[in-house]
Ligand binder design. Structure first.
Ligand code: KIV
Length: 289
């Protein structure tokens, strides 16, 4: 299947066809997602929590993001890939924002970058788009500014807050963003934003009316257990499968049941007998001295 472009996503929005979008952080998961026909992959700064064990996304660096984006690109060369701009890679200056977005393109071969914020990041969005790159905006619950939001709390849950978010969404679209992610808002807010925008709106915890859905893959496969947001549905219990495999392996090792001959290399024909003879001579010599 040919790699989708933003134009395919516009067509999908027009046709009412839902867009599937998942995070990935490494080669094997990228391979699985490409094999299963996922439309877009995000190398999210959620890597900080689900791979590095940080309490949030703030410590994540550009180096870490590039490293994971390169691995994901190797696993999914045919999927629309988005690199997530980590904290302080775009907030300090427009020059920084363009340079760091460019690093994702040059070093990891992404198709777009994502950055958090509404009106306050409009100059950065404009500059990145003017440099020829594709931008996905991210509004609502924006984890990099969760301290200002009072934690990982739902947003846009009053009529006034919903209109403020709609205003942000329109500003992001007008600045040239080609895609928008909306996180942690009631379905009503997700709906008005999706209907008001020409560009595809992907939701995470934003209800069923968005043009597409994204989840953190480690949450939806049941791998990451530190905390699970309300909006996550677990489609598998991978942590349980892993724990079971580790338990079984350690029991078999302790009981001498692993490895069995099928997991052992064979000596060449006649060499085992020869080894016995040589060993006898060797041990005879060493005990004499
Ligand atoms: O970093 C991330 O994984 C995200 C999610 C909200 C999709 O931005």
């Amino acid at each position: 299947m040919a790699k989708k472009s933003v134009f395919d996503f516009y067509d999908m929005k027009r046709r009412g066809e839902k867009i599937t979008f998942l995070t990935a952080y490494d080669f094997p998961m990228a391979v699985f997602e490409e094999q299963e026909g996922i439309d877009m992959i995000l190398v999210g700064d959620s890597v900080g929590m689900v791979v590095y064990g940080y309490p949030g996304t703030i410590p994540v660096t550009m180096e870490q993001m590039i490293y994971h984006a390169e691995a994901v690109r190797r696993g999914a060369s045919n999927v629309f890939l988005i690199g997530d701009m980590p904290f302080l890679s775009y907030q300090k200056s427009i020059e920084d924002a363009v340079a760091n977005a460019g690093r994702f393109y040059k070093e990891a071969g992404v198709d777009a970058i994502k950055l958090e914020g509404g009106k306050r990041v409009i100059p950065q969005i404009r500059a990145i788009v003017d440099s020829g790159m594709v931008v996905m905006g991210h509004i609502g619950l924006t984890p990099q500014s969760s301290a200002q939001l009072g934690g990982f709390k739902p947003q846009g849950n009053t009529a006034e807050a919903a209109i403020t978010l709609l205003d942000d969404a329109k500003a992001v679209e007008e600045a040239g963003a080609a895609l928008l992610l909306v996180e942690g808002v009631p379905p009503e807010t997700g709906k008005i934003i999706t209907e008001a925008l020409r560009i595809p709106v992907i939701g995470i915890g934003a209800g069923p009316y968005c043009d597409g859905q994204v989840l953190i893959v480690s949450d939806m496969i049941g791998l990451f257990e530190v905390f699970t947001p309300k909006f996550v549905k677990k489609y598998a219990n991978v942590a349980g499968v892993i724990r079971e495999a580790l338990r079984e392996w350690s029991i078999e090792v302790r009981e001498g049941k692993f490895p069995t001959p099928e997991h052992c290399y064979k000596m060449k024909a006649g060499e085992a007998e020869k080894l016995d003879e040589m060993l006898k001579r060797y041990l005879g010599n060493t005990t004499n001295t």
